[in-house]
Design a protein around this ligand. Structure first.
Ligand SMILES: Cc1cc2nc3c(=O)[nH]c(=O)nc-3n(C[C@H](O)[C@H](O)[C@H](O)COP(=O)(O)OP(=O)(O)OC[C@H]3O[C@@H](n4cnc5c(N)ncnc54)[C@H](O)[C@@H]3O)c2cc1C
Length: 356
């Protein structure tokens, strides 16, 4: 039996396990997917630019994430924006090239891909402490212990931490005894950041968008790609462009989305856009371990960082972590790290208090 059972091997779960293990507290992670990282997913191909289909950018203001990266000796590099962007204000006017102001607060990417952070944490934690393909369905408590049922196994622990986006938690996991009604009510309207987004990326042999008077930076009010950026690897050896795609198109086929991507890019760069090496997409709304449909309209970031998420439940044995529960930068990688720090602190205080 493990002292702490953590549900979810995304950034929150892995960071939490890393912090707890550093304090000598044993823990085990149960992950539903067959891969690590949750909303962090970097697509790798041999001799090609890593393509981020999930979390990509961080800023200097994301102090705890920056501290964690420095502690793990992981490097960051600046996101290239170029001096000019292609701007498409309205469907009845042609796209324009606009000058970008100097960027005083640049965004950064993690060298080698965001998944490098996930893999480094997993290596520190140890593969034996992480179980993949474990879809948690029930959590119930007895007097001193919590039981966690997955579709295939049952686990028990002194303490359990969920790192699921809160809305997904109440939609997909059954509790005995039931969670407090006020928590259920708030969680029912808690947005899962980027849970309904689509990302698209294309790898190319050459960065043709860097040509004179052009740019890989695109802003379009016409769409279906509203934003796109150059996405070369840190050493600028391999090239790609990557952007967001209108989330409403989650139900069409991959081939249909690709054709829409190419049609839009062709307007700016001509037929060379069709000479891509590979096309990748992340349709997060179709990912059952990230997204569940809301029963009512929920605004972006609604209830993210609500104070109710910070209170332990089930007599101090059950904790809510996960980016959306952080009181600063909820929804972002920084929020994931901060939520892990908060729960680690709560557990360490609880643990050392109870064993001393
Ligand atoms: C397209 C996209 C772009 C983004 N861009 C950025 C960005 O540029 N910068 C930024 O800071 N953030 C960005 N984010 C947000 C960032 O990805 C998240 O804040 C962060 O990864 C959340 O980590 P987490 O561990 O809290 O949650 P998650 O990554 O959602 O992890 C939860 C884990 O729980 C698992 N799970 C779910 N259900 C179960 C179950 N029943 N049993 C067991 N396990 C389960 C999931 O598989 C998952 O691994 C982006 C997200 C997306 C989707």
């Amino acid at each position: 039996m493990d002292t702490v059972l953590i549900i979810g091997a995304g950034l929150s779960g892995l960071t939490l396990a890393y912090y707890l293990q550093k304090k000598g507290i044993t823990c085990h992670i149960l992950e539903a997917r067959s891969r690590l990282g949750g909303r962090i997913f970097t697509s790798y191909q041999k001799d090609a630019a890593p393509l981020e289909m999930g979390a990509t950018w961080l800023g200097k203001k994301h102090q705890e994430l920056n501290n964690l990266l420095a502690e793990l000796n992981l490097e960051i590099f600046e996101q290239a924006l170029g001096e000019r962007a292609i701007y498409e204000p309205i469907s009845t006017s042609p796209p324009q090239l606009v000058s970008l102001p100097p960027n005083n607060d640049p965004s950064y990417r993690i060298k080698g891909g965001t998944l490098t952070l996930i893999n480094t944490l997993a290596e520190k934690i140890g593969q034996k402490n992480i179980s993949l393909n474990q879809i948690v369905s029930n959590i119930y408590s007895t007097t001193n212990r919590l039981f966690v049922k997955t579709r295939t196994d049952e686990f028990q622990a002194d303490l359990v931490v969920t790192t699921l986006p809160p809305f997904l938690l109440i939609k997909t996991i059954a509790f005995e005894p039931a969670l407090p009604q006020n928590l259920i009510d708030i969680t029912a309207t808690t947005h899962t950041w980027m849970g309904d987004s689509i990302k698209v990326g294309l790898r190319y042999a050459t960065p043709f968008w860097r040509a004179e008077d052009s740019s890989g930076t695109i802003f379009s009010n016409v769409g279906p790609i509203p934003e796109m950026y150059e996405h070369a690897d840190a050493d600028e050896k391999y090239f790609s462009i990557k952007g967001f795609f209108n989330g409403a198109y989650y139900s069409v086929t991959k081939a249909e989305r690709l054709e829409m991507v190419l049609t839009q890019l062709e307007k700016y760069y001509g037929p060379q856009v069709r000479d891509f090496l590979s096309y990748e997409e992340g349709v997060w709304r179709n990912e059952p371990f990230t997204f569940a449909p809301y029963q009512q309209h929920v605004l972006p970031h609604q209830n993210n960082g609500h104070t109710i998420f910070s209170t332990p439940l089930m007599n101090g044995k059950f904790y809510l972590a996960g980016s959306e529960t952080a009181n600063q930068y909820p929804g972002y990688m920084e929020g994931a790290v901060r939520s892990a720090q908060r729960v680690a602190k709560q557990i360490i205080e609880n643990y050392f208090h109870s064993v001393s």
